[in-house]
Design a protein around this ligand. Structure first.
Ligand code: AGV
Ligand code: CA
Length: 401
């Protein structure tokens, strides 16, 4: 069949929008089949996020999807008030018509990064085979919500949707190399801020980085900085970069998306060092177009007979007062836009190639720096005439630490 659902590993970090993203990925089984979920202790308390994720799956009949918590630490931990906000989802009555005993058999002891590796390598064995095996081979045409996640591993490439720091993906590639890389169809990542300001507000930081990139960016040795500079000119390190522009609203108007090439092997983890793994990035340039507004949440009311919509609207309602509390920096559907693009590729209607690198130390740590002006700026500078490639000189790489 030409249009089989994509197999997806969802690698999240338990933020409010990460849960709406989970709902979105589960809600469209004819396009996406979630075969596993890994959780990183970054923008959440991971144990609680594990609970919440299992409760959502159990409530919606997806308890066959394996879920595991990563043991990898966050390099730059997220602020505690954000990490704590996962509790406001975990307590929702909608997902609590169950007991801890219902969840106990769903808890995998394997660490999240190991689950990701096993799913990619095709070595994952469900602990409770009898539960998962039922009908798994005969239901090929069954696109319903009860689709079976315990894969008969047919070698089909897997899409990773990553909505936190890229630590798990980087770890798996570092440890298993090509064996894992070759199974990855694409990595879609929410992270970075290319031609817009960042969202890190941290003592000593200049605010130019996005949190998921900041959290992961690690200092690297001076010898590798040289390689990083060299790598900028090496097409084999080019990666996709995706962003939207314009002031559009999710669900209302089509965002204008831009895909470009991101070049940087050494900085945001080893992920970018794998020429065979396409990385599609959805940075703040894109997600700035999708603030979570009261208007957006009101519209879920019209769909209140649908479980997924009730849940999504309820989860969003946790952050609605941000439009008063922080009018200049509201909550955004950061991760949800990323998954929406996987589900509906024609959301991206304007695509560019751009090279960039990541600052790995100093006041701009985690900043994703483009080597060219934005297409809009380039067009303005060229007066609409010439189409030159406008590649800027590589700015200095921060080495201080
Ligand atoms: O930078 C966006 C990323 C997304 O993956 N996260 C939240 C989304 O899940 C970090 C973040 C930035 N600003 C935040 C964040 C805020 N004000 N509250 C919670 N998380
Ligand atoms: Ca997130």
């Amino acid at each position: 069949r030409p249009n089989r659902p994509r197999k997806v590993i969802f690698d999240h970090d338990g933020g409010i929008d990460d849960y709406v993203t989970l709902l979105l990925l589960l809600s469209c089984p004819e396009r996406v089949r979630v075969i596993g979920i890994t959780i990183l202790d970054a923008d959440c308390r991971a144990e609680l996020a594990w609970n919440t994720t299992l409760k959502l799956l159990h409530t919606l009949g997806h308890e066959h999807v394996p879920v595991a918590v990563s043991s990898l630490p966050a390099v730059n931990p997220f602020p505690d008030p954000w990490r704590n906000s996962v509790l406001s989802v975990d307590v929702l009555p909608h997902i609590n018509d169950l007991t801890q005993e219902d969840l106990a058999p769903l808890r995998l002891s394997v660490p999240g990064q190991e689950l990701m590796a096993q799913l990619l390598l095709g070595t994952f064995q469900s602990a409770s085979g009898s539960r998962d095996k039922s009908g798994s081979r005969s239901n090929g045409t069954d696109g319903g919500a009860a689709a079976v996640a315990d894969d008969d591993d047919d070698g089909e490439p897997i899409t990773v949707v990553a909505t936190g720091p890229l630590s798990n993906v980087a770890h798996v590639l570092r440890k298993h190399g090509r064996a894992a890389a070759d199974r990855i169809r694409e990595v879609w990542w929410m992270g970075g801020a290319v031609w817009v300001g960042g969202n890190v507000a941290f003592p000593g930081h200049d605010g130019s980085a996005e949190w998921n990139a900041f959290c992961l960016a690690t200092p690297i040795q001076a010898s590798r900085l040289h390689w990083l500079q060299e790598g900028l000119a090496d097409a084999s390190h080019e990666r996709h970069l995706l962003w939207t522009s314009g002031t559009c609203h999710l669900h209302r108007r089509r965002p204008t998306l831009v895909v470009g090439l991101l070049s940087d092997p050494a900085a945001v983890g080893e992920v970018w060092g794998w020429p065979s793994v396409p990385l599609v990035v959805v940075p703040l340039d894109a997600t700035n177009a999708v603030p979570v507004t009261p208007d957006l949440i009101y519209r879920f009311g019209r769909q209140s007979r649908y479980r997924y919509s009730v849940l999504a609207g309820t989860v969003w309602s946790r952050v609605v007062t941000w439009v008063y509390d922080r009018p200049d920096e509201p909550y955004y559907a950061w991760d949800t836009l990323t998954a929406a693009c996987v589900l509906q590729p024609d959301l991206c209607d304007k695509l560019y190639d751009v090279q960039s690198y990541v600052v790995v130390a100093g006041a701009s740590q985690g900043r994703t720096v483009p080597l060219a002006p934005s297409p809009e700026a380039a067009a303005a500078a060229a007066g609409g005439g010439e189409k030159g490639s406008c590649v800027a000189a590589a700015p200095d790489v921060e080495t201080g630490m």
